[in-house]
Design a binder for this molecule. Sequence first.
Ligand code: SF4
Length: 165
Amino acid sequence: MDNNNEKNEEVEESEVEAKDDAAVVDDDDYELLDFTSRVYKLVVEHGKEGVLQSELWKKLSLTSRDGSRLAIRLEKRGMIKREKVLDGGRWTYKLSPLRLPAQIKSIEQAPCITCTEEIKCAPTGVITPYTCLTLAEWVTREYLKSQNVSPTQEAIYNKIFTQKV
Ligand code: SF4
């Protein structure tokens, strides 16, 4: 094993992590946000066994820098686990989902995956899932669909604000 390779990989990862910590999502990041959802979907598709991140970056034609940034975001959201593994003499990360949804389709459109406010969103923050209308709309829309009720804007708002359908 080449120690320099190992060190370089670790340095590269920590640099990406440090930059990600300081990052504020701006309007130009929408393409990257779309990739966040695609990365998560692929990780979930590989199930508990997990998948080497390099495989995902190849599939999505992502650079390792952009890919690592997305993986770190998903890890911080508590959606995936990043486990350091040795592969062919190089240190890399295996990604696996922390929770497996009953169906991938059920979370594919979840607004939190691509939300630009996610970095600031927390249970005790100013922006919080407890008062998020976007999240409430999505959950209500999915609920209405599961009940075979047409999820019109009126039905969604009635359900959210008056608990009537
Ligand atoms: S709860 Fe709302 S604000 Fe928070 S990450 Fe999800 S969509 Fe964004």
